[in-house]
Design a protein around this ligand. Structure first.
Ligand SMILES: Nc1ncnc2c1ncn2[C@@H]1O[C@H](COP(=O)(O)OP(=O)(O)OP(=O)(O)O)[C@@H](O)[C@H]1O
Ligand SMILES: [Mg+2]
Length: 374
């Protein structure tokens, strides 16, 4: 960045966003997924990425990624409808899609050169879509027919996948018909590992097992480092090399912690053009406290006694734990161990590496547990 460019930036504005659901200016470690998805939106049909499920623990960036992908799709001419899996979701999909379709067609009256006037088309189909006697699939068919006239695709993003919501299952099963009928549709879902597992294991949603699964685990250190540099320099400051390495290490590759550390170290360097190790240390301390209050306490409260016993047995190892060692340590059967291992993996509390080695997923959670359980 040139001096002149830097001079125009205002370093008093913190570029980090430690807020759930917020799309940061730079998404660390997601270039590959984003570029694959962009390709899929450009191809339009038949790309397996168009039916995708993003799986990750709290704070791994599911909502941020879905929002970013919806924006990418919109800018490529798709109608993108984003909903959360709660009652009323299907109605919401119809209304948002109809609104956006009307807006899109009104904004581009020349897109379709022949046939019925687009203005009329919009109002006629909106009346039909609003017809209470139609079921969801019929309403959607009307909308999709209308969109097809301008070769516009429909992307539905569903955040916080909930396998116990009837509408979730209905959406999944109906979507399958849209795909079979060759319609230009895409469905991107995001959820916690156990919710996605339950959803995919359902009989009526077995179709979704063929959806592309993207696991949003920890982000590699070099991607976190790049994100820090791009974000910091882009907002008008610099960071010392040693300070950068310390900041990267403190995030443990966890997106929410990356934002917390970035936000706090930026503030700690107020009035300075360069972030030093001292500012990083001060920032990391605050960030660790916040991570504890905002994520660890809630995570710990959701654990059962059996989960806590399992995790306590893991603490006996310095680094990773061999899952085969746990049965004797716990005095339980291997069946018991695999049940709890599955629960904790699906809750995003632990991760499994090569040859069944287990480790804690959240940075600092081991130290937290050492304090709160004896
Ligand atoms: N790839 C990324 N790079 C940098 N920051 C990110 C990235 N993804 C998400 N974040 C930031 O991390 C925080 C958590 O992201 P987000 O809310 O998307 O997580 P989530 O997986 O949806 O969590 P939850 O399961 O609680 O809904 C936000 O502050 C967001 O700005
Ligand atoms: Mg979220």
């Amino acid at each position: 960045m040139s001096q002149a460019q830097r001079g125009k930036l205002n370093p008093s504005v913190n570029p980090f966003t430690p807020v759930f659901g917020k799309v940061p200016s730079y998404l660390a470690g997601r270039e590959r997924i984003i570029s694959d998805m962009i390709c899929a939106f450009e191809v339009g049909e038949g790309d397996p990425n168009l039916s995708s499920v993003f799986v990750g623990a709290r704070g791994t960036g599911k909502t941020a990624l879905l929002s970013r992908l919806a924006t990418e799709a919109s800018s490529r001419g798709w109608v993108a409808v984003s909903v959360t899996a709660v009652p009323g979701m299907l109605d919401d999909v119809v209304q948002r899609a109809a609104e956006q379709a009307a807006h899109l067609l009104e904004a581009a009256p020349k897109r379709k050169a022949t046939g019925i006037g687009v203005g009329r088309l919009v109002s006629v189909s909106w009346e039909n879509v609003a017809d209470p006697s139609l079921n969801w699939r019929s309403k959607m068919n009307l909308l999709l027919d209308q969109l097809a006239q301008t070769e516009t695709g429909l992307l539905i993003t569903v955040d916080e996948v909930n396998p116990h919501l009837d509408e979730m299952v209905q959406l999944a099963t109906t979507y399958q018909h849209f795909v079979r009928e060759g319609r230009k549709v895409a469905l991107l879902m995001a959820g916690l590992p156990y919710n996605v597992s339950v959803l995919l294991s359902g009989e009526s949603t077995s179709f979704l097992r063929r959806a592309f699964r993207h696991d949003l685990g920890s982000i590699p250190a070099h991607d976190i480092e790049e994100a820090f540099v791009v974000t910091i320099e882009g907002a008008g400051k610099a960071i010392e090399q040693a300070a950068l390495s310390r900041a990267v290490e403190a995030t443990g590759g966890f997106p929410f912690m990356y934002q917390l550390v970035g936000y706090r170290m930026w503030n700690a360097s107020r009035g300075e053009g360069v972030i030093t190790e001292k500012s990083v240390e001060a920032g990391v301390r605050l960030a660790q406290g916040e991570l504890r209050r905002q994520v660890f306490d809630a995570t710990f409260n959701e654990l059962s006694d059996g989960d806590v016993d399992f995790l306590r047995a893991m603490l006996a190892d310095e680094g990773e734990t061999d899952s085969s060692a746990l049965a004797s340590r716990l005095g339980k059967s291997s069946g018991h161990v695999s049940t709890y291992k599955k629960r904790l993996l699906e809750g995003g509390i632990i991760e499994e590496g090569l040859r069944g080695k287990l480790r804690f997923s959240l940075p600092g959670f081991r130290e937290y547990l050492e304090e709160v359980i004896e």
